[in-house]
Design a binder for this molecule. Sequence first.
Ligand SMILES: [Zn+2]
Ligand SMILES: [Zn+2]
Length: 282
Amino acid sequence: MILGAHLTITAGLAAAMDLCVELGGNTFQFFTRNPRGGKQRDMTDGEIQEGNERRAALGVQALVGHFPYTVNLASPKPDAYRFARDVLYQDLRWGDRIGADVLVVHPGSHVGEGVDAGIERIAGAVRHALDGYAGRTRLLLETMSGQGSEVGYEPGHLRRILEAADWHPALGVCLDSCHLFAAGFDLRTPEGVAGMVETFDRVIGLDRIGCLHLNDSKTPLGSHRDRHELIGRGHLGRAGIRAILENPFIRTLPVVLETPVDDIREYADEIRAVREILAERD
Ligand SMILES: [Zn+2]
Ligand SMILES: [Zn+2]
Protein backbone atom coordinates (compact mmCIF):
# COMPACT_ATOMS: atom_id res chain seq x y z
CA MET A 1 0.00 0.00 0.00
CA ILE A 2 1.19 3.52 -0.83
CA LEU A 3 0.63 5.48 2.39
CA GLY A 4 1.99 8.68 3.91
CA ALA A 5 1.13 12.13 5.20
CA HIS A 6 1.27 15.82 4.48
CA LEU A 7 4.84 16.86 5.37
CA THR A 8 7.04 19.78 4.37
CA ILE A 9 9.95 20.30 1.99
CA THR A 10 11.26 23.45 3.69
CA ALA A 11 14.35 21.52 4.89
CA GLY A 12 14.94 20.27 1.35
CA LEU A 13 13.68 17.49 -0.87
CA ALA A 14 16.14 14.84 0.35
CA ALA A 15 15.38 15.63 4.02
CA ALA A 16 11.66 15.26 3.28
CA MET A 17 12.30 11.78 1.78
CA ASP A 18 14.14 10.82 5.00
CA LEU A 19 11.31 12.15 7.19
CA CYS A 20 8.69 10.31 5.12
CA VAL A 21 10.39 6.95 5.65
CA GLU A 22 11.18 7.68 9.32
CA LEU A 23 7.46 8.18 9.96
CA GLY A 24 6.68 4.82 8.37
CA GLY A 25 5.40 6.11 5.03
CA ASN A 26 6.33 5.57 1.40
CA THR A 27 4.66 8.67 -0.05
CA PHE A 28 4.13 12.23 1.14
CA GLN A 29 2.46 15.50 0.24
CA PHE A 30 3.87 19.03 0.52
CA PHE A 31 2.76 22.56 -0.37
CA THR A 32 4.13 23.88 -3.66
CA ARG A 33 4.59 27.20 -1.87
CA ASN A 34 3.70 28.80 1.45
CA PRO A 35 0.05 27.88 2.19
CA ARG A 36 -0.83 31.57 2.49
CA GLY A 37 0.56 32.24 -0.99
CA GLY A 38 4.00 33.77 -1.22
CA LYS A 39 6.72 33.13 -3.72
CA GLN A 40 7.58 29.87 -5.40
CA ARG A 41 10.28 27.95 -3.60
CA ASP A 42 13.63 28.07 -5.36
CA MET A 43 15.19 24.67 -5.88
CA THR A 44 18.53 24.14 -7.53
CA ASP A 45 19.12 21.30 -9.99
CA GLY A 46 21.52 19.85 -7.41
CA GLU A 47 18.85 19.75 -4.70
CA ILE A 48 16.36 18.15 -7.07
CA GLN A 49 18.89 15.52 -8.12
CA GLU A 50 19.83 14.77 -4.51
CA GLY A 51 16.15 14.48 -3.61
CA ASN A 52 15.41 12.09 -6.43
CA GLU A 53 18.44 9.93 -5.68
CA ARG A 54 17.30 9.70 -2.05
CA ARG A 55 13.80 8.93 -3.25
CA ALA A 56 15.04 6.00 -5.35
CA ALA A 57 17.30 4.71 -2.56
CA LEU A 58 14.48 4.80 0.02
CA GLY A 59 11.76 3.53 -2.28
CA VAL A 60 9.46 6.54 -1.89
CA GLN A 61 6.61 5.78 -4.28
CA ALA A 62 4.58 8.87 -5.02
CA LEU A 63 5.41 12.55 -4.67
CA VAL A 64 2.25 14.62 -4.15
CA GLY A 65 2.27 18.42 -4.29
CA HIS A 66 -0.61 20.57 -3.03
CA PHE A 67 -1.35 24.12 -4.12
CA PRO A 68 -1.77 26.76 -1.38
CA TYR A 69 -5.32 27.17 -0.03
CA THR A 70 -5.23 30.86 -0.91
CA VAL A 71 -5.26 29.94 -4.59
CA ASN A 72 -8.90 30.53 -5.58
CA LEU A 73 -9.37 29.64 -9.24
CA ALA A 74 -13.04 30.68 -9.02
CA SER A 75 -12.45 34.12 -7.50
CA PRO A 76 -14.56 36.93 -8.96
CA LYS A 77 -11.86 39.43 -7.84
CA PRO A 78 -9.58 40.09 -10.83
CA ASP A 79 -6.36 40.36 -8.76
CA ALA A 80 -7.02 37.16 -6.80
CA TYR A 81 -8.00 35.31 -9.97
CA ARG A 82 -4.90 36.44 -11.86
CA PHE A 83 -2.71 35.36 -8.93
CA ALA A 84 -4.38 31.95 -8.77
CA ARG A 85 -4.13 31.45 -12.53
CA ASP A 86 -0.42 32.36 -12.54
CA VAL A 87 0.36 30.08 -9.57
CA LEU A 88 -1.44 27.17 -11.24
CA TYR A 89 0.55 27.68 -14.45
CA GLN A 90 3.92 28.15 -12.75
CA ASP A 91 3.68 25.52 -10.02
CA LEU A 92 2.55 22.82 -12.44
CA ARG A 93 5.77 23.30 -14.41
CA TRP A 94 7.80 23.60 -11.20
CA GLY A 95 6.23 20.37 -9.89
CA ASP A 96 7.12 18.60 -13.10
CA ARG A 97 10.71 19.84 -12.82
CA ILE A 98 11.16 18.49 -9.28
CA GLY A 99 9.61 15.11 -10.14
CA ALA A 100 6.16 15.35 -8.51
CA ASP A 101 3.74 12.67 -9.74
CA VAL A 102 0.63 14.71 -9.06
CA LEU A 103 -0.30 18.22 -7.91
CA VAL A 104 -3.59 18.69 -6.08
CA VAL A 105 -5.65 21.87 -6.22
CA HIS A 106 -8.90 22.89 -4.56
CA PRO A 107 -11.15 23.93 -7.44
CA GLY A 108 -12.17 27.15 -5.69
CA SER A 109 -15.02 29.15 -4.16
CA HIS A 110 -17.37 31.26 -6.26
CA VAL A 111 -17.99 33.73 -3.40
CA GLY A 112 -21.64 34.30 -4.18
CA GLU A 113 -21.48 34.36 -7.98
CA GLY A 114 -22.89 30.86 -8.36
CA VAL A 115 -21.52 27.44 -9.31
CA ASP A 116 -21.75 28.03 -13.07
CA ALA A 117 -19.69 31.23 -12.96
CA GLY A 118 -17.21 29.48 -10.66
CA ILE A 119 -16.80 26.51 -12.98
CA GLU A 120 -16.26 28.82 -15.93
CA ARG A 121 -13.43 30.66 -14.13
CA ILE A 122 -11.81 27.45 -12.89
CA ALA A 123 -11.98 25.94 -16.38
CA GLY A 124 -10.35 29.05 -17.83
CA ALA A 125 -7.45 28.83 -15.39
CA VAL A 126 -7.04 25.08 -15.94
CA ARG A 127 -7.03 25.48 -19.73
CA HIS A 128 -4.40 28.22 -19.38
CA ALA A 129 -2.21 26.00 -17.16
CA LEU A 130 -2.45 23.02 -19.53
CA ASP A 131 -1.95 25.04 -22.71
CA GLY A 132 1.24 23.65 -24.29
CA TYR A 133 1.92 21.50 -21.23
CA ALA A 134 3.51 18.13 -22.00
CA GLY A 135 5.01 17.25 -18.61
CA ARG A 136 4.47 14.00 -16.73
CA THR A 137 3.06 15.56 -13.52
CA ARG A 138 -0.74 15.30 -13.39
CA LEU A 139 -2.94 18.13 -12.15
CA LEU A 140 -5.69 16.82 -9.84
CA LEU A 141 -8.88 18.67 -8.87
CA GLU A 142 -9.87 17.79 -5.31
CA THR A 143 -13.38 16.72 -4.29
CA MET A 144 -14.70 19.29 -1.80
CA SER A 145 -17.20 19.28 1.07
CA GLY A 146 -19.30 22.16 -0.27
CA GLN A 147 -18.47 24.40 2.68
CA GLY A 148 -19.32 28.05 2.04
CA SER A 149 -19.37 28.64 -1.71
CA GLU A 150 -16.93 25.86 -2.64
CA VAL A 151 -17.23 24.35 -6.10
CA GLY A 152 -16.41 20.65 -6.56
CA TYR A 153 -18.61 18.88 -3.98
CA GLU A 154 -20.38 16.99 -6.78
CA PRO A 155 -18.45 14.83 -9.26
CA GLY A 156 -20.49 16.56 -12.00
CA HIS A 157 -18.75 19.88 -11.20
CA LEU A 158 -15.36 18.27 -11.77
CA ARG A 159 -16.57 16.61 -14.94
CA ARG A 160 -17.60 19.97 -16.37
CA ILE A 161 -14.09 21.33 -15.74
CA LEU A 162 -12.56 18.23 -17.40
CA GLU A 163 -14.87 18.68 -20.37
CA ALA A 164 -14.00 22.37 -20.67
CA ALA A 165 -10.32 21.33 -20.74
CA ASP A 166 -11.08 18.82 -23.54
CA TRP A 167 -10.16 15.93 -21.22
CA HIS A 168 -6.49 16.90 -21.30
CA PRO A 169 -4.56 13.71 -20.44
CA ALA A 170 -2.71 15.43 -17.56
CA LEU A 171 -5.92 16.43 -15.78
CA GLY A 172 -7.53 14.27 -13.10
CA VAL A 173 -9.20 14.13 -9.69
CA CYS A 174 -8.07 13.65 -6.06
CA LEU A 175 -10.58 12.08 -3.65
CA ASP A 176 -10.77 13.27 -0.03
CA SER A 177 -12.62 10.93 2.35
CA CYS A 178 -13.60 13.71 4.79
CA HIS A 179 -14.82 16.00 2.02
CA LEU A 180 -16.74 13.20 0.26
CA PHE A 181 -18.44 12.20 3.52
CA ALA A 182 -19.33 15.81 4.31
CA ALA A 183 -20.65 16.16 0.75
CA GLY A 184 -23.06 13.26 1.33
CA PHE A 185 -21.24 10.07 0.28
CA ASP A 186 -21.68 7.57 3.12
CA LEU A 187 -18.29 5.85 3.31
CA ARG A 188 -18.95 3.96 6.55
CA THR A 189 -19.68 0.64 4.84
CA PRO A 190 -18.05 -1.34 2.00
CA GLU A 191 -21.29 -0.89 -0.01
CA GLY A 192 -21.21 2.88 0.48
CA VAL A 193 -17.57 3.06 -0.63
CA ALA A 194 -18.27 0.85 -3.66
CA GLY A 195 -21.19 3.13 -4.58
CA MET A 196 -18.97 6.22 -4.43
CA VAL A 197 -16.30 4.52 -6.57
CA GLU A 198 -18.98 3.44 -9.06
CA THR A 199 -20.26 7.03 -9.29
CA PHE A 200 -16.78 8.41 -9.97
CA ASP A 201 -16.17 5.68 -12.53
CA ARG A 202 -19.34 6.66 -14.38
CA VAL A 203 -18.92 10.45 -14.14
CA ILE A 204 -15.13 10.90 -14.31
CA GLY A 205 -13.51 7.54 -15.14
CA LEU A 206 -11.30 5.71 -12.65
CA ASP A 207 -8.17 6.20 -14.78
CA ARG A 208 -8.50 9.92 -13.94
CA ILE A 209 -8.42 9.41 -10.15
CA GLY A 210 -4.82 9.89 -9.02
CA CYS A 211 -4.78 10.19 -5.23
CA LEU A 212 -6.78 9.82 -2.00
CA HIS A 213 -6.63 12.17 0.97
CA LEU A 214 -7.51 9.95 3.91
CA ASN A 215 -9.05 11.99 6.72
CA ASP A 216 -11.69 11.21 9.31
CA SER A 217 -14.47 13.78 9.69
CA LYS A 218 -15.34 15.86 12.77
CA THR A 219 -18.79 16.57 11.33
CA PRO A 220 -21.62 14.20 10.27
CA LEU A 221 -22.59 12.84 6.86
CA GLY A 222 -23.75 15.58 4.51
CA SER A 223 -22.74 18.41 6.86
CA HIS A 224 -20.96 20.31 4.07
CA ARG A 225 -18.27 21.27 6.55
CA ASP A 226 -14.56 20.71 6.04
CA ARG A 227 -13.30 19.60 9.45
CA HIS A 228 -10.69 16.82 9.40
CA GLU A 229 -10.39 14.47 12.37
CA LEU A 230 -7.71 11.99 13.45
CA ILE A 231 -7.98 8.51 11.93
CA GLY A 232 -10.74 6.45 13.56
CA ARG A 233 -11.80 9.28 15.94
CA GLY A 234 -14.46 10.94 13.80
CA HIS A 235 -17.78 10.15 12.15
CA LEU A 236 -16.16 7.75 9.66
CA GLY A 237 -14.62 5.85 12.55
CA ARG A 238 -12.47 2.76 12.34
CA ALA A 239 -15.12 0.86 10.36
CA GLY A 240 -15.30 3.63 7.77
CA ILE A 241 -11.53 3.90 7.41
CA ARG A 242 -11.37 0.11 6.96
CA ALA A 243 -14.20 0.11 4.42
CA ILE A 244 -12.46 2.80 2.39
CA LEU A 245 -9.06 1.13 2.36
CA GLU A 246 -10.41 -2.34 1.67
CA ASN A 247 -11.97 -1.17 -1.57
CA PRO A 248 -9.91 -2.81 -4.36
CA PHE A 249 -9.74 0.38 -6.44
CA ILE A 250 -8.86 2.66 -3.52
CA ARG A 251 -6.04 0.27 -2.59
CA THR A 252 -4.27 1.15 -5.86
CA LEU A 253 -4.09 4.90 -5.05
CA PRO A 254 -1.43 6.85 -3.16
CA VAL A 255 -3.05 7.58 0.22
CA VAL A 256 -2.11 10.79 2.03
CA LEU A 257 -3.16 11.72 5.58
CA GLU A 258 -4.05 15.35 6.32
CA THR A 259 -5.36 14.75 9.82
CA PRO A 260 -5.01 17.46 12.51
CA VAL A 261 -1.80 16.56 14.33
CA ASP A 262 -0.04 19.10 16.58
CA ASP A 263 3.37 18.11 15.30
CA ILE A 264 4.30 16.59 11.95
CA ARG A 265 6.09 13.72 13.76
CA GLU A 266 2.74 12.52 15.13
CA TYR A 267 1.99 11.27 11.63
CA ALA A 268 4.00 8.20 12.65
CA ASP A 269 1.11 7.40 15.05
CA GLU A 270 -1.51 8.12 12.40
CA ILE A 271 0.22 5.88 9.84
CA ARG A 272 0.46 3.16 12.48
CA ALA A 273 -3.25 3.61 13.31
CA VAL A 274 -4.15 3.03 9.65
CA ARG A 275 -2.03 -0.13 9.48
CA GLU A 276 -3.57 -1.43 12.73
CA ILE A 277 -7.10 -0.89 11.45
CA LEU A 278 -6.23 -2.84 8.30
CA ALA A 279 -4.55 -5.61 10.28
CA GLU A 280 -7.61 -6.19 12.46
CA ARG A 281 -9.21 -8.34 9.82
CA ASP A 282 -6.24 -9.42 7.69
ZN1 LIG B 1 -7.60 17.09 1.11
ZN1 LIG C 1 -10.22 19.51 3.93
